[in-house]
Design a protein around this ligand. Structure first.
Ligand code: SF4
Length: 417
């Protein structure tokens, strides 16, 4: 191996809180079913770009000059250049035929660009506290997070990382409102006295109320609002708020169907096609679409497949969204209306229910927790890397009632035909 002498990454070791699954996470490299070195637009930071183009061993330099190009639109060192793909399948130009990274193999991990070094981890600090977690677009992180009931138990540890990929998150709202809302959401999503969709609905209601206070210049009352919600959740009083919320199956179908339509996310991940085909098979989806039939199918599938799956694995959705709030710190670093920030979360949930249901029907007895993990991983990966998909998820569905009706699930009894 050629010794690196010209690149130095400043490293920091800090105490942090992290979900338990992080202690087990390790990239599985060539074994990965949907590896991250394919069809992703990878930003290359300036320091590593310059090393790879000018100072790396000759073979790497040649490869880098062919595949890494400066990004004229960049406004910072982190996205100074962009890494290209090779071949029809869009594999990263730096991978060898065994799917091993040539940078890592030839000159070691110090030479990896920051994005490759950090993915899928995320680490940030707010009010002096560091958090470390992982993005569930990585199949191995998703597997660890979603298949273990204890995966989201928070632990205290320390991590060592490049300083360039350690960031601060800031509040957009006055005082401690953002941090308080994030803590409230993390607590709310663990209250199993309420079906999962109701926890989501309470998130929407609380965020709508917080938006109202903020619009009226009453940010100081947000802590009291969160206390009111917490007390009502504990006492069960909030069930009265949830009673009027009824499902809108037509709206649910409108949200889910674009998954099946061309251009919304294809070709991002290796699992995407498999998952979508199973989804379509399970619902018997064909052109022209029969929306009413899909609506009725969803209600039946909810009772026959989804509800039993969620009863058996109560931690599955819980861990997904706990990881989301822990990982994003929402609403930290988010300056829009809170309700608008809830929209992608609600749409992701709605899509996941359709995907899981279709897959469960298509796979029959063979459907298991690992296949459910694929559905989440596909949604997360497509969300991160496909603009049209992301736009769909951030549609202007930020009317409270619309979000609530998207979340509500069928009543306890099967509909009588
Ligand atoms: S997606 Fe995750 S497990 Fe797969 S290659 Fe990338 S980091 Fe490794």
């Amino acid at each position: 191996m050629t010794k690196i002498i010209s690149i130095k990454n400043k490293m920091l070791t800090v105490p942090a809180i992290a979900p338990a699954y992080m202690a087990k996470f390790q990239c599985i490299g060539p074994e990965c079913q949907d590896h991250c070195c394919r069809k992703w637009h990878v930003n290359i930071d300036k320091q590593h770009y310059q090393y790879l183009r000018n100072q790396a061993p000759e073979g790497l330099r040649v490869l880098a000059s062919e595949s890494i190009k400066q990004n004229p639109a960049s406004k910072n060192d982190a996205s100074f250049a962009v890494l290209g793909f090779k071949g029809d399948d869009g594999t990263c130009a730096m991978l060898d035929e065994r799917k091993l990274c040539k940078i890592h193999a030839d000159v070691g991990a110090d030479a990896l660009p920051d994005v490759c070094y950090i993915y899928p981890r995320s680490q940030w600090r707010h009010q002096g506290v560091w958090r470390q977690s992982a993005m569930l677009s990585c199949p191995e992180a998703a597997r660890l997070c979603l298949t273990d009931p204890q995966a989201m138990a928070l632990t205290e540890s320390a991590f060592t990382s490049r300083a360039t990929v350690m960031n601060d998150k800031t509040s957009s709202r006055p005082g401690t409102a953002d941090a308080d809302i994030n803590a409230f959401l993390i607590n709310l999503f663990q209250v199993r006295d309420y079906p999962f969709w109701q926890r989501m609905a309470l998130m929407v209601m609380c965020c709508a109320e917080a938006d109202r206070l903020l619009a009226e210049g009453r940010a100081g009352e947000i802590t009291a609002l969160l206390d009111t919600f917490s007390a009502a959740i504990l006492s069960g009083e909030c069930r009265q708020w949830l009673d009027p919320v009824k499902p809108d199956f037509a709206e649910k179908v409108m949200v889910a169907i674009p998954l099946f339509q061309k251009g919304i996310g294809q070709d991002i991940g290796l699992q995407f096609d498999t998952v979508i085909k199973l989804f379509a098979l399970g619902y018997g989806i064909a052109e022209p679409l029969d929306q009413k039939k899909i609506e009725l199918s969803y209600q039946a599938i909810w009772h026959l497949k989804l509800q039993p799956f969620l009863d058996e694995h109560p931690y599955f959705l819980e861990n997904w969204f706990l990881n989301h709030f822990f990982h994003t710190g929402f609403p930290l670093n988010y300056s829009g209306a809170l309700l608008q920030g809830c929209a992608p979360i609600v749409v992701k949930y709605t899509m996941a229910m359709f995907l899981l249901g279709g897959m469960a029907v298509a796979q029959g007895e063979a459907f298991d927790l690992q296949q459910a993990v694929w559905a989440v991983q596909v949604i997360e990966k497509t969300f991160e890397h496909n603009t049209s998909f992301r736009n769909h998820l951030t549609l202007d569905v930020a009317a409270t009632a619309q979000l609530l009706n998207l979340l509500a699930e069928p009543a306890d009894q099967l509909p009588v035909p």
